[in-house]
Design a protein around this ligand. Structure first.
Ligand SMILES: [Cu+2]
Length: 431
């Protein structure tokens, strides 16, 4: 069988290099060797792709964006504004968060190894802040640790960080000032450095996902920074399923997913239907001889993991944290265990005090999603599960999304819908 890549090579990259639908072709073309563009535009998550002037496949930040920049005398200049953000985790639940440039996580910073960057940081928060560039090798005074390497950035002030990116990789940024509060409110972002030399083999689809958790008690709107372990909102790029955007790829695309973790617990991130290798951490690249095949990667707190694989299996593949509570939403927490308890009689008595009370979970909790649909819950919170699939409820929320691998994809934009299974390839009921 001829693969798509072989076909493209055979037909000649030049022939196809103008097609926006075949971004990977341009990696092989002369266009890829042109100097970097003079300005970068802010791209919405699913529209990012290799442009004619870049030597890399732009990273897609699902539900997020990439920070624009301007070239000033050979320096790439970025501007981050630390500010309060009204954030929606999924329809039905909002919170008063803090972030950068109107969002949590902040926009992804994307540069090339060897670039000199100037990062302007303006503080529109009610208290002081700083930004630490996590994992990046830089002069000590640019490290952004309030009190240790610089005075704090007071409200209204703009401070400047300037350094040269020495190593390629997946890094992060976050405050090193009142961390417990500022990070609990959502202040963080990804910082991606592409290698100066185009990658071989090239990456066709490159995604960035920041893992985080929030404690937003039902009926409240401000994340609780005093919570240390018992969070109730577990997020991919500060969104919970089904509000998490799917990862859309073509069959046989070479895919990288960069995962950062600035929550307070480790997350084993699991991909269905594929085998991947961990190619890099925020400490550097892992030599091929030390990479082993995996389907789950533990992403420790305060670190990043890059995974790479060939998306060689068409379908809708779950991509999620393997801690089962982390694929549940707020109302799955701190509930009484009533499995096996016959609650007849009790239900009516409780209803006299709590109108609308319904007995929960006598046969397990699989019925809870349907119950939640017609049972008014407390204000500003979400039922423990709320996904819907082509075969019924997907009984998850939280850190869950779907890798959608398609043979005949015309565009990476938008959601291609549910996978249409070839006949005879779906589990069936014995009759
Ligand atoms: Cu987890």
């Amino acid at each position: 069988m001829i693969t798509r890549r072989q076909l493209l090579t055979a037909t000649g990259a030049a022939l196809l290099s103008g097609s926006a639908l075949l971004p990977q072709v341009q990696a092989h073309s002369a266009e890829a060797l042109r100097p970097a563009p003079l300005s970068g535009s802010s791209t919405s998550s699913s529209h990012a792709r290799r442009t004619r002037n870049s030597s890399y496949t732009p990273v897609v930040t699902p539900n997020g964006s990439t920070l624009s920049w301007a070239m000033k005398n050979g320096i790439k200049e970025f501007h981050l504004i630390a500010e309060p953000v009204e954030h929606e985790f999924a329809p039905g639940m909002k919170a008063k968060c803090w972030g950068y440039n109107g969002q949590t996580p902040g926009p992804t910073i994307e540069v090339v190894q060897g670039d000199r960057v100037r990062l302007l940081v303006t503080n529109h928060l009610p208290e002081h802040t700083t930004i630490h560039w996590h994992g990046i090798l830089l002069p000590n005074g640019m490290d952004g640790v309030g009190g240790l390497t610089q005075p704090h950035i007071q409200p209204g002030e703009t401070w400047v960080y300037e350094f040269v990116l020495q190593e390629p990789g997946t890094f992060m940024y976050h405050p090193h000032a009142d961390e417990m509060v500022q990070m609990a409110y959502g202040m963080m972002g990804m910082f991606i450095v592409h290698p100066r030399k185009p990658e071989n083999p090239p990456i066709d689809r490159d995604f960035a996902i920041m893992l985080h958790s929030f404690a937003v008690h039902p009926g409240t709107y401000r994340p609780d920074p005093s919570i240390m372990l018992d969070f109730n909102i577990w997020t991919f790029n500060s969104k919970i399923f089904p509000a998490t955007e799917p990862l859309v790829v073509r069959t046989n695309d070479r895919v990288r997913i960069r995962i950062g973790n600035l929550s307070m617990t480790q997350h084993p991130i699991h991909l269905h239907g594929h085998s991947f290798k961990v190619t890099r951490t925020d400490g550097g690249s892992i030599p091929p001889s030390a990479q082993w095949p995996q389907t789950s990667v533990p992403v420790p707190v305060g670190s990043t993991r890059d995974i790479e694989f060939m998306a060689n299996a068409p379908g809708d593949w779950a991509f999620h944290c393997h801690k089962s509570h982390h694929t549940m939403n707020a109302m799955g927490h701190g509930i009484p265990n009533l499995t096996g308890v016959d609650q007849r009689g009790v239900e009516e008595k409780i209803r006299a005090f709590l109108p609308g009370y319904m007995a929960m979970g006598e046969r397990g909790m699989g019925d809870m999603q349907d119950m939640a649909a017609h049972m008014p819950g407390p204000k500003n919170t979400l039922p423990m599960m709320m996904g819907k699939g082509p075969f019924g409820n997907i009984e998850m929320g939280g850190m869950f999304t779907i890798l959608k691998v398609r043979d005949n994809l015309l565009s990476y934009d938008g959601d291609p819908g549910w996978y249409e299974h070839p006949q005879g390839t779906v589990a069936y009921k014995l009759t």
